[in-house]
Ligand binder design. Structure first.
Ligand code: ADP
Ligand code: 5GP
Length: 216
């Protein structure tokens, strides 16, 4: 992991998007990433879908009803929103802006529709990654193994997977999640490299100036 605090170089925060067909591993990879990266905050979406076993409001999602979701749309509080699998999902803008202003990066687990909207609003700050499953059979196995949805919902998600996958080429990076450790390593490598981009290291000018003063 790159230690940006060591030399205290000011850096512009980035918006890191992970998308994939349902079941390919976004949530698993996001959780593992967040555990080891204190500079990364997750954006918690609002959704009108039902809570799954083990999920809690404010942690996985803010579970809301349609009236409340529509209020948020009309008040303009979402950075982006979309209808996915018949339910509404939206990213509240305020926590994202707060995290970025504190110098943190923000992780988004959103679909291709949301990614397109963020891309229009903030392309320069956006880094997008698409996760693919190693095979169709493995995607179905993971959805069934997760055991959080009924068989009908698993089938519906499988039938939408091809549509989600058809957007893979709109993303900056593509990873096949064949092994969790390797996929996680690849996601971390992207994050590290993107953080080191010269354009994001806004304090580098000052650092280089003081560096050169010390040698002359
Ligand atoms: P998503 O958030 O993309 O819908 P999840 O992260 O919930 O997907 O993963 C779906 C299931 O697949 C979970 O049970 C998870 O433990 C499992 N899984 C994720 N990545 C892998 C992997 N590389 N190998 C095997 N199982 C995996
Ligand atoms: P799930 O119901 O499995 O948690 O998520 C279903 C899909 O909705 C996933 O593709 C997930 O990335 C997407 N999603 C979750 N939150 C948001 C959001 O705020 N905006 C958009 N556009 N998609 C979201």
């Amino acid at each position: 992991m790159v230690n940006f605090q060591k030399n205290k170089i000011e850096r512009r925060g980035l918006m890191f998007v992970l998308s994939s067909p349902s079941g390919a591993g976004k949530t698993t990879i996001s959780r593992r990433l967040l555990k080891t990266d204190s500079n990364l905050k997750i954006s918690i979406s609002h959704t009108t879908r039902k809570r799954r076993p083990g999920e809690s409001s404010g942690h996985d999602y803010h579970f809301v009803d349609e009236a409340s979701f529509n209020d948020s749309i009309s008040q303009g509080t979402f950075l982006e929103w979309a209808k996915v699998f018949g339910h509404y999902y939206g990213t509240p803008a305020a926590p994202v802006e707060e995290a970025l202003s504190q110098g943190c990066d923000v992780l988004f687990d959103i679909d291709w529709q949301g990614t397109q909207q963020l891309s229009q609003a903030a392309r320069g700050d956006l880094v997008t990654v698409f996760l693919l499953p190693p095979s169709w059979g493995e995607l179905e196995r993971r959805l069934i193994e997760r055991a959080q949805d009924s068989l009908g919902i698993v089938q519906e998600r499988m039938s939408r997977a091809a549509d989600e996958i058809s957007h893979w080429a709109e993303y900056d990076y593509v990873i096949i999640n064949d092994g969790l450790d390797h996929a996680l390593e690849q996601v971390r490598a992207i994050l590290d490299a993107e953080r080191l981009k010269r354009s994001r290291q806004t304090g580098m000018n000052r650092f280089v100036k003081s560096l050169c003063q010390k040698v002359s």
